[in-house]
Ligand binder design. Sequence first.
Ligand code: ADE
Ligand code: ZN
Length: 337
Amino acid sequence: MPTPTPLPTAELHVHLEGTLEPEHVYALAERNRVRLPYADVADLRSRLDFTGLQHFLDLYYANMAVLRTEEDFADLTRAYLRRAARGGVRHAEVFLDLQAHTARGVPAEVVLAGVTDALAAAEREHGLSAGLIVTFLRHLPGDAALAALTEVLRLDAPLLGVGLCSSETGSAAPFRDAFALAAAHGLRRVAHAGEEGPAANVTEVLDVLGAERVDHGIRALEDDAVVERLAAEQVPLTLCPLSNVRLRVVRDLAAYPLRQMLRRGLRVTVNSDDPAYFGGYVDDNIRALTAALDLTADELATLARNAVDAAFVGDARRAELRAEVESWVRARRDEGA
Ligand code: ADE
Ligand code: ZN
């Protein structure tokens, strides 16, 4: 049987550093003469069994030690784009944990040059549009986020927006000034909330940071008032099913509340988060969720339309992306699927 054409979609929640595959960790360690605390690739792979978000983050930040040069960042970005394009991604908004690299002594200009050059070539090399979102680390002080953004602005790096990620502990209020500066510069704003943290965190990032999309937001389901608000305001939620299972937010994919969220009018999208750590890219997430929940072509089309509508693109590009989704729907109908 021919492989079905993957659902054309926009990926709105993927951490570039989360695409660092174990083999790539080893190749870069060799290239940069970095000693790894694992016996071999298989040993590293065996550690991808997480008890929760912090357990994952500890390994994720540790592995970044192998990323040192502009070429490393460009290679990582290109590898992600190549794999994403193969899986049907037609537009990607890539998160970058810049502070995690500058804290290790890698200059912001080195990181940004590698990533932005590769993203700029995405259209030509992989046929997809792409943009960069610099994510502030929530376990660091708000002042550090402000300083990071000031540096990015000084470097005049091509940036789509800013985000907030890492451990979901404490208030998001310390990041208010950094988000306000981003808004003043016309940057788009997203924030992780309601992943491990409670539904109240979702409300906080909307009200305090002016977040335009919520990354994860799955725990909003624990508060009807938050769900009703998200539905009324059509705030996009960038769900990451395999991530939620691997970080024990959800028991398994069969228990994934996607249909409940769709039924309640939430604008949900499917994304990969950290594909090298959680067992799959966006197409893997879609395939696994389809198998677990027996999703219909109509439901898949809704997810892709939501992603296209939630993407930070201009009208012309959105129209192109929409046309690709509708063409996929027609082809599926013609096949009798
Ligand atoms: N950084 C990378 N992946 C993350 C996740 N799933 N949650 C919060 N911060 C992250
Ligand atoms: Zn994430």
